[in-house]
Design a protein around this ligand. Structure first.
Ligand SMILES: Cc1cc2nc3c(=O)[nH]c(=O)nc-3n(C[C@H](O)[C@H](O)[C@H](O)COP(=O)(O)OP(=O)(O)OC[C@H]3O[C@@H](n4cnc5c(N)ncnc54)[C@H](O)[C@@H]3O)c2cc1C
Length: 367
């Protein structure tokens, strides 16, 4: 039985672990953290991610703990719609913790080594921080944006950051599956529905990398006069629920095997969060790998993975960077960007969104 070692137990690493196990490989996921904490807030999982989760066999477990997304909307701070789209296929909002739990259950915790920091990596051998070495047939780097195998440009600050949070229950107001972003000038809020009528929300603003992050009171003040869902979400949130973040990203990847190591997730294609597709693309990596390692000989795996994934991954990195200009960057560009979104014929927008949110049939495209 061939063996894969996966460095990193984030969403992409756990999903890839499941993919290899499904394909009949022996697999081990090495994670430097001593335990899995319920860190982070929530993730939008668009139809392409649902298709990927279905391929690796975790869709029903995740959907049992997630809330459906039925429509997405971009609107101004005054609530005027810039773009709205009904989502024709299954999409959902999951807390990171629930998604992580579902992936861990499917992978089985015995396949994960915690407290295991990898110091050095090659394509069939890794060295741990304590000097021990492990060998295998294929090493996969799922170590995130600062992965060990990164060889190109280092991550750079994208010019904005803020706070995100999971709220408590929001009274009676319902969103009915609407995932919404509201764009002001140099700032924006996002509000998404979770199970039990809780909310995942964020506040992002253009600021320097060193600037301090907004407090709950600052978010409340900033939200005055914005659409009701923003105020409702913040009102149901406690200060200790705020998670600060600053956005770092990398240019589109030239390869998905820098330093000769196969990379998945943010290690391969770290992107700005503006399309909500970073983790979705990590799940697609896993679905593609499952199709590939089930079908082609070991020596062709990396090339086949790159052939099937590189172009699509590059497109997401590029488009997520451009989407920043809806609310950040020079104001004239913000104005032009919004106007363009309003005037582009719905049929064109729909085709682009449908293309992004439809996972290619990776199994059918393996050569
Ligand atoms: C504000 C924000 C909102 C977002 N919203 C969404 C969204 O709605 N939908 C979506 O799809 N995506 C979203 N994303 C993107 C998403 O969070 C990331 O793309 C995704 O979490 C990356 O997962 P990963 O497993 O590739 O990397 P990571 O989550 O970074 O995991 C890497 C893991 O590798 C481990 N590791 C690293 N180095 C080593 C080592 N040397 N030895 C052992 N272990 C190691 C780390 O400890 C870590 O656990 C968002 C991102 C941000 C910042």
């Amino acid at each position: 039985m061939p063996k894969a070692i996966i460095v990193g137990g984030g969403i992409a690493g756990l999903a890839s672990g499941i993919a290899f196990a499904n394909a009949g490989w022996d697999v081990e996921v090495l994670e430097r953290a001593a335990r899995f904490e319920p860190l982070g807030a929530a993730l939008s999982l668009w139809p392409n991610a649902c298709a990927a989760m279905s391929s690796i066999g975790v869709l029903s477990a995740v959907s049992a703990v997630a809330a459906p997304i039925t429509a997405m909307q971009l609107a101004t701070r005054g609530g005027q719609t810039i773009l709205r789209r009904e989502i024709p296929d299954q999409a959902m909002m999951s807390t990171r913790a629930s998604l992580q739990d579902a992936l861990l259950a499917a992978l089985s915790i015995e396949r994960v080594l915690l407290g295991c920091k990898v110091e050095h990596i090659s394509n069939d051998r890794i060295t741990l921080a304590d000097g021990a070495t492990l060998t295998c047939d294929l090493v996969v780097d799922a170590g995130g944006i600062r992965a060990l195998s990164s060889a190109g440009s280092p991550p750079s600050y994208a010019g904005y950051g803020g706070v995100l949070a999971l709220s408590d229950k929001v009274g009676k107001a319902r969103l009915h599956g609407l995932a919404a972003e509201y764009w002001g000038r140099d700032e924006r809020f996002g509000v998404f529905e979770l199970q039990e009528n809780r909310r995942y929300w964020f506040y992002m603003r253009s600021q320097s990398a060193e600037a301090s992050m907004p407090s709950l009171a600052m978010c409340q003040a900033a939200a005055e006069g914005w659409p009701e869902p923003v105020e409702q979400a913040i009102a149901a949130t406690t200060e200790d629920a705020l998670i600060p973040f600053a956005i770092y990203a990398k240019p589109p990847p030239k390869a998905l095997n820098e330093s000769g190591i196969l990379q998945v997730g943010d290690a391969a294609h770290a992107m700005e969060p503006n399309l909500g597709q970073g983790a979705c693309q990590g799940l697609e990596d896993a679905a593609a790998l499952q199709a590939i390692v089930s079908t082609v000989p070991l020596e062709k795996v990396t090339a086949e993975y790159e052939r099937m994934r590189l172009k699509r991954a590059r497109m997401f990195v590029r488009e997520s960077t451009q989407a920043r200009f809806g609310a950040h960057g020079p104001r004239t560009i913000q104005t032009i960007f919004r106007a363009a979104l309003r005037v582009i014929p719905a049929s064109i927008t729909e085709r682009r969104m449908q293309g992004m949110q439809t996972m290619p049939d990776y199994l059918a495209s393996v050569r």
